[in-house]
Design a protein around this ligand. Structure first.
Ligand code: KG4
Ligand code: ZN
Length: 352
């Protein structure tokens, strides 16, 4: 039974890193509106995210985006039923901007509010699509800060099967791109280069696939690329070929570990989420592995692989529908274990 109060529209705010995302999700109706402002141009000159600049830009952009999504959904503030915001993990100042705005709105409007785990948001993003996955499933979470395989027995019940020992997959893309002179963020730039190259021209390692286990380590791969790049002619051909070889190495490694995780858990569904989930080679190779092995793959649309407010509005709406509300204090968690989350016990905990 769904709590009727919480079947009202929920405002979601994402501000953990360098994107300000705001959206409205209503249980039973789906996503009503979403808007995103990316700070990529602001940080590009520095080759990475500058936390203080990120916080200040979130302050500038957040309220205009809230007004924009309310207008797009045709709603007044008083028609909202709850507020959800990313409470971690992420940059502390950036998180505090979203958390403070969300808590202030909730207090002023006398609405329930909830802090959402950013990676739970990513993991649930495929539930925003038609034909959403039902737990149990394995989730591959690959973003700028994380590379994780997670067993999802139910929404809110997460067991981390494998994690990164050093660089996350997205971080490996970003650092590798940077050392070959590509612009920030490196993932999309490197993927575009890879399209022009021959993935067989350079053969890089598939780290930690020669031993059992589901952990990842990508920092050595970056060093291999650096050496290959230094020895090459450092021209367009070499850049494209090295990019293609690097991308294939990461994708093969992720595919091998996903297959192992599905085998180990006996689960038949694989959810892919996080910024690297936008990578087309990864999507194609995982879909092919699924056809060969008999598991189904679920991807969010490309815009919901990278950070966005829609996934936070959805995750918050599910938790509010399950009766989970927190007190008015503003707490953020720059580091936060996915396994420490409270399970969703209410039967109302289903996406629209
Ligand atoms: O999930 P996300 O937007 O932010 C974090 O929570 O970290 O992920 C951003 C990461 C960046 O490292 C970016 O380079 C990577 O996702 N990324 C990609 C692609 N699009 C974004 N990596 C590979 N191929 C892509 N097409
Ligand atoms: Zn993210």
């Amino acid at each position: 039974m769904q709590n009727t109060e919480y079947s009202k529209p929920v405002l979601g705010i994402e501000s953990s890193c360098d994107e300000t995302g705001v959206a409205i999700y209503q249980p039973g109706h789906g996503l009503l509106a979403h808007a995103l402002y990316s700070q990529v141009a602001l940080h590009a000159d520095y080759g990475g995210v500058v936390p203080e600049l990120a916080s200040r830009d979130h302050v500038r952009k957040l309220l205009p985006l809230v007004r924009e999504v309310l207008a797009e959904a045709g709603l007044g503030m008083r028609e909202l039923g709850g507020v959800a915001y990313t409470a971690g993990p992420g940059l502390v100042g950036a998180l505090l901007v979203g958390a403070s705005a969300a808590r202030a709105m909730a207090w002023a409007l006398e609405l329930p509010a909830i802090g959402v785990h950013h990676m739970e948001g990513h993991l649930l993003a495929p539930l925003l699509e038609a034909d959403p996955p039902e737990p149990p499933f394995v989730a591959l979470l690959v973003s700028g800060g994380h590379s994780m395989l997670v067993a999802v027995r139910a929404i809110g019940e997460y067991r981390v099967l494998g994690d990164t020992l050093d660089d996350a997959a997205g971080e490996a893309f970003d650092k590798t791109a940077k050392l070959m002179g590509l612009s920030y963020p490196g993932g999309p730039a490197l993927a575009a280069e890879a399209l022009k190259g021959d993935p067989g021209a350079y053969r890089f390692a598939r780290p930690m696939t020669d031993r059992p286990g589901l952990d990842f380590s990508f920092s050595g791969l970056k060093t291999q690329v650096l050496l290959a790049w230094q020895k090459s002619d450092q021209d367009a051909r070499a850049r494209a070929d090295i990019a293609a070889g690097f991308e294939q190495a990461i994708v093969d490694t992720l595919v091998i570990k996903c297959r192992r995780a599905l085998q180990a858990t006996g689960m038949r569904r694989l959810v892919i989420a996080g910024g690297v989930g936008a990578n087309r080679r990864l999507r194609a190779d995982l879909a092919a592995a699924g056809e060969a092995d008999g598991f189904r793959t679920y991807f969010p649309r490309l815009a919901f692989c990278t950070d966005n407010g829609a996934m936070i509005a959805l995750a918050g709406a599910l938790r509010l529908s399950a009766g989970q509300v927190q007190g008015p204090d503003i707490h953020v968690h720059p580091r936060w274990s996915l396994e420490s989350l409270e399970p969703l016990t209410s039967a109302g905990a289903h996406a629209a």
